[in-house]
Design a protein around this ligand. Structure first.
Ligand code: PMP
Length: 396
């Protein structure tokens, strides 16, 4: 063996370098940063910063009950679940978690997946295929779009939250086959809410299935964090994640028992992967216990977020139509969004600049994710610093 791996040339090096240069020229390079901890304040380059980039909305990742249940499950069952769910990977805690998620969501049953991404990747191709049609909101999350591609169904995208446009497209599409409408209930990059009742009415009128991604509503909206979906929406299924408000990791679907049986038999991202590990399942059970015993967590977060958002709006910042704990500050240009987030970081506020292709062109933004880690005083201080930075950047 001669030469070191670092100075050998590989056949792919040229196009990888070209791709990196192309990304850089559009200011779209993404890079990993290591943070020593997570919480309200985290250290960046040796300086404490207020963290507005985390999805730990209810601060449950650090909750003693959640940590204790994760420890217990680890001690009882070990580090791994050792097999896929259909082999020997289904432990009593998986079934317990599914029963409790079904109760939380007022559905007959639930099924846990490795992550929210995997849930979407498995559910959608299990519902529709080549000769079918999906009607999806233009702003649906990348995990939904990837799953649609996997399904090979025809995709019809409707204008964001626009029920008239959805109605028009449903009426104009006469193809045979199954039809599925997909929306998020709270949108991940805008923090706005879908008109679920109107969408559910259209689903009924046009005999479509209806799938609602509740990744950002679960745990926060509705009684005890049940989300925004109501029984009378008659959704075919709702999807959720254990990795945002519930503070851990994993995804799930809440649905009828008949649908669960179908997914167990057909959702490839459920079948061909190892079952979620005991500590992760234990953490989710702990988070559900906390939601039961302190049902006011979600509304406290929403109240704090509203006050914070109102302050930013009154100063002239464009927070879009956010009505949740996710608050965008829409800047437009990718470069301006990056500069703004860098200035905020210098001022002790950690936010992430979200740029195309994650959001549509010319809608680059700072995404502020408010959490219960933030005290009211910290939010007041943060708003003042954000407004000052926006003024210096010429954004207001
Ligand atoms: N759906 C939506 C709307 C999301 O925002 C996300 C995560 N950003 C997911 C699904 C995927 O969830 P997870 O992080 O658990 O994979």
């Amino acid at each position: 063996m001669s030469g070191s791996p670092t100075n050998s040339t590989r056949p792919e090096d040229d196009w990888l370098r070209d791709a990196a240069i192309a990304r850089e020229s559009k200011h779209l390079t993404r890079a990993l940063t290591e943070y020593p901890s997570c919480g309200a304040t985290i250290e960046v380059n040796g300086h404490p910063c207020l963290n507005f980039a985390s999805n730990d909305s209810l601060a449950l990742s650090q909750h003693p009950t959640v940590i204790a249940r994760a420890h217990d499950a680890l001690a009882t069952y070990g580090a791994g679940s050792t097999a896929s769910r259909l082999v020997t990977g289904t432990l009593p805690i998986h079934s317990e978690l599914e029963r409790k998620l079904a109760t939380l969501k007022h559905q007959e049953d639930a099924l846990v997946f490795g992550s929210g991404y995997m849930a979407n990747a498995g559910i959608i191709p299990a519902l529709v295929s080549r000769n079918d049609t999906i009607f999806a909101d233009r702003l649906c999350h990348a995990s939904i779009l990837d799953a649609i591609t996997l399904s090979r169904a025809t995709l019809v995208r409707y204008h964001h939250n626009d029920v008239n446009d959805l109605d028009k497209r449903l009426s104009a599409t006469t193809a045979n086959g199954r039809r599925l409408i997909i929306t998020e209930s709270i949108f991940s990059m805008d923090g706005d809410a879908a008109p679920l009742s109107e969408i559910a009415t259209l689903a009924k009128q046009h005999a479509c299935m209806l799938m609602i991604d509740e990744a950002h509503a679960t745990g926060i909206f509705g009684a005890k964090g049940s989300g925004l979906v109501q029984i009378d929406h008659q959704a075919t299924l709702t999807m959720g994640t254990l990795s945002k408000a519930l503070g851990g990791y994993g995804g799930f679907v809440a649905c009828s028992t008949l649908m669960k049986q179908h997914l167990i038999n057909t959702a490839r991202s459920f079948i061909y992967t190892t079952a979620p590990p005991p500590s992760v399942v234990g953490a989710a059970l702990g988070a559900l216990d906390v939601l039961q015993s302190t049902p006011e967590l979600g509304s406290s977060l929403l109240q704090r977020a509203k006050h914070f958002r109102d302050t930013l709006q009154h100063a002239g910042l464009d927070t879009g139509l956010s009505e949740s704990h996710i608050i965008p500050i829409i800047v437009g240009d990718s470069d301006a969004a990056t500069r703004f987030s860098k200035r905020l970081l210098d001022d002790g506020i950690l936010t992430i600049a979200i740029r195309p292709p994650t959001v549509p062109t010319k809608s680059a933004r700072i995404r502020l994710s408010t959490t219960l880690h933030h005290s009211e005083q910290q939010l007041t201080d943060a708003a003042a610093r954000i407004i000052a930075a926006a003024t210096q950047e010429g954004l207001i």
